[in-house]
Design a protein around this ligand. Structure first.
Ligand code: CA
Length: 113
């Protein structure tokens, strides 16, 4: 699976992109958080991939809601994962982290293969 964040066409300034609560759900209703898996690889426009934290190292926060789990990244970038055996769904809350205030703008794309 490939998770892509692009700059939404207006540059990457403050594009702190959160895949909050990002998880696979299996056919047994088991939850597998992406941040507990090792990605195949990733690229991103600034800093390192945040596991259970924002790209700037803070608590993942979207519209005032804090998330314990998830990925914090930065446009432009992509993250590659092997889909775990038995996984039938992917779910995530997405958005520009509150740490970017009103400044970021990002497009999120999910490729299942
Ligand atoms: Ca942008």
């Amino acid at each position: 699976m490939k998770l892509v964040v692009s700059d939404a066409g207006d540059g990457t300034r403050e594009d702190h992109a959160d895949w909050a609560d990002a998880k696979f759900i299996t056919d047994n209703n088991e939850i597998i958080y992406l941040s507990d898996l090792k990605e195949i690889n990733y690229t991103q426009g600034w800093n390192e991939l945040g596991k259970d934290k924002s790209v700037a190292g803070r608590i993942l926060t979207l519209n005032g809601v804090e998330y314990d789990k998830g990925l914090g990244t930065h446009a432009n970038g992509e993250i590659l994962y092997t889909i775990p055996a038995g996984a039938v769904r992917f779910e995530s809350v997405i958005g520009v982290d509150d740490e970017a205030r009103e400044n970021g703008s990002v497009q999120f794309i999910v490729y299942a293969k």
